[in-house]
Write a protein that binds this ligand. Structure first.
Ligand code: AGP
Length: 610
């Protein structure tokens, strides 16, 4: 998720581009750049770092008089944050310049073909492919060149493009990633979302998929997906910038909960080959090394550790490899037994968590194979890992993680399938149906969020007055219970515990009394009957039970007080749906208790302290 902007009008473009990029920085902030048209040439200024670094670079250069320009603030997915990978990207001869938000999944194939034709690449990005393709496809018509080029792309994109031959025009198009436009006396404005337009106009044009628009100082000409000129109506918005950045949601946490279909979709897509196999770009273990693995250790902190707990069950089940999970702050201070047949997996959203980084360094020192699952490209943990698999959740603003956790779990599903396939344990139709089930997840997440959002807002009323709450589950449900409990605790400040349901009777059950609220997670069909017996145990002691289960188990849950029913999915993927109502429960309970949801007390987004 990056932020792109564009402007053409009667005034200097640079101030508008910088202002727009600042408003879009929550979409990505590891590098930034602009391009303008001056004296018949495209002029690019770009740098690693935040928009403020770009501002200093521009201030050190000559003042550009240009009244046309495009800009970009980046969230790296392909290629580490540096000057070369920053946008805009130019074509071979500088004829075209492009800024892009999205992921081009077939970029490696296109890149290889272009290199064979003599195009020289200056960056590691997927986007540079587009710039060179534009030059290759140039037919003298700006719009048709863009349409020919996008017809070759697979994946998601929103593009703003300059062409030296058309110094007073910008062409934009999109598929999958958002792009909006607005016009006022000052000129025409283009941006990834309305937050960068609202200080100029509240009448917004939303570009539809595969539509193209030619923007000049006189206005905008829209073309439908067939390239036929078309009329578009703007929509008047009554929104302020901060609300717009949250896309109308009250908090970044809720926005990020609702972004999970895209985050999981982007994380899975691009890792499934045309042959239906699972593949990773920066996974450097050979097939033999995968077959020779004897043990896996997953290490992380907080919610990332909880994602690891899901990974343990799924990898053991599919790849038949023993998996240990460990909290990084414990692991780094014990003398772990490591050998070349151990794969140490480190999970971190930020890639900067000190305990996890230290555990990685310990594993490296012991010569173990290391794999890092990280959301921030080129973060410390990503840079020091032997292999890295990025989650494509985009920047996560809310301290309480949701979409990054979901993307981590999705990577662990992919990894389990990959290891099992390489070890000959998941082949043919079994592999094909596993991959089908993976690709179906984004839609199932969307459906589940739509069906349980209002219900969880209602159920949160039960939790507002509470001082204590208990989450129980077995197997994958227990892994989910740990995350559910943390989501409630860290933002609503209610003391809550997650327990392996079978463990209750060994003491903790003495805490259960009349009216105690117990959340029973029982979507994992393999252990449902056992969890049901634990529900009976707490009910017998007067507890009120909120059960989360799959539709098929409805009748068996006659004893519970409240229930949330989930659609049936591949049983190995139950946590991905089961955690959604739990995230919403944490959110609405905190909201109704008046807590500062996006920035809870005593917490930081990334714990880099020792
Ligand atoms: C989760 O909501 C918390 N923000 C926290 O537990 C977090 O998961 C933990 O600090 C690990 O952070 P990381 O994924 O960036 O390493």
């Amino acid at each position: 998720m990056c932020g792109i902007v564009g402007y053409i009008g009667k005034n200097r473009a640079v101030p508008y581009l910088l202002e727009g990029l600042e408003k879009l920085e929550y979409r990505g902030y590891d590098s930034a750049g602009i391009a303008t048209v001056e004296n018949g040439a495209l002029r690019v200024l770009k740098t690693k770092g935040r928009v403020s670094s770009l501002e200093s670079l521009i201030a050190s250069e000559h003042r550009s008089p240009a009244n046309i320009g495009i800009g970009h603030t980046r969230w790296a997915t392909h290629g580490k944050p540096n000057n070369a990978n920053a946008h805009p990207h130019e074509s071979q001869s500088g004829l075209f310049c492009v800024v892009h938000n999205g992921v081009i999944e077939n970029y490696l194939t296109l890149k290889t073909d272009l290199q064979a034709e003599g195009f020289v690449f200056r960056s590691e990005t997927d986007t540079e492919v587009i710039a060179h393709l534009l030059e290759k496809n140039y037919d003298g018509d700006f719009v048709s060149t863009v349409r020919k080029t996008t017809a070759m792309l697979e994946g998601a994109y929103a593009l703003c493009i300059l062409c030296r031959e058309f110094p007073d025009q910008i062409v934009c198009t999109r598929w999958g990633s958002p792009l909006v436009l607005g016009q006022c006396d000052e000129g025409c404005f283009i941006a990834s979302d309305v937050s960068a337009l609202l200080s100029h106009t509240s009448d917004i044009f939303y570009l539809d998929g595969h539509e193209t628009v030619l923007v000049s100082a006189n206005g905008m000409t829209f073309f439908d997906k067939f390239g036929v000129p078309t009329k578009k109506q703007s929509r008047h918005l009554d929104l302020n910038v901060s609300a717009a950045q949250k896309e109308g949601y009250d908090h970044f946490m809720l926005k990020e909960i609702m972004e999970q279909p895209r985050a999981v979709g982007d994380t899975i897509r691009g890792r499934i080959t045309k042959e239906g196999k699972i593949a990773f770009e920066d996974f450097h273990l050979s097939d033999d090394e995968v077959r020779d693995l004897q043990r896996i250790t997953i290490i992380a902190c907080g919610s990332a550790y909880h994602a690891g707990a899901v990974g343990k069950y799924v990898i053991e089940k599919l790849a038949r490899l023993p998996v240990e999970i460990d909290i990084a702050s414990e692991y780094r201070y014990r003398d772990p037994v490591l050998d070349p047949h151990t794969l140490v997996i480190l999970i971190s959203q930020s890639g900067e968590t000190a305990d996890t980084l230290a555990a990685l360094r310990l594993a490296n020192e012991h010569g173990a194979k290391t794999l890092c699952i990280v959301n921030v490209v080129s973060s410390s943990i990503a840079n020091e890992g032997g292999s890295v698999i990025y989650t494509h959740a985009g920047p996560e603003i809310a301290v309480a993680t949701t979409k990054a956790y979901a993307a981590q779990v999705a990577v662990l599903y992919l990894l389990a399938g990959y290891l099992a396939e390489k070890r000959g344990l998941l082949v043919g139709e079994d592999l094909a149906s596993y991959v089908r089930d993976l690709l179906a997840l984004p839609e199932q997440i969307e459906k589940t969020l739509a069906s349980c959002k209002a219900q969880m807002e209602a159920f949160s009323q039960l939790f507002i007055p509470l001082e204590h709450a208990y989450f129980i589950g077995r197997n994958l449900d227990y892994a989910c219970a740990m995350e559910a409990s943390l989501k409630l605790k860290e933002i609503s400040y209610i003391h809550s515990e997650a327990y392996a349901a079978g463990e209750l009777k060994h003491g903790t059950i003495s805490l259960i009394e009349k009216g105690t609220l117990v959340v029973a997670l029982c979507a994992c069909s393999a252990v449902f009957p056992k969890t049901l017996s634990n529900i009976k145990e707490v009910k017998a002691r007067g507890a009120r039970v909120l059960a989360v289960a799959t539709e098929g188990e409805n009748t068996a849950l006659s004893e519970v007080d409240f229930k949330v029913l989930l659609p049936n999915v591949n049983p190995l993927f139950s946590v991905t749906l089961e955690v959604l109502p739990m995230q919403l429960l944490g959110y609405y309970t905190a909201k109704n208790r008046g807590c500062d949801i996006d920035k809870p007390r005593n917490l930081a987004k990334s714990v880099t302290v020792e």
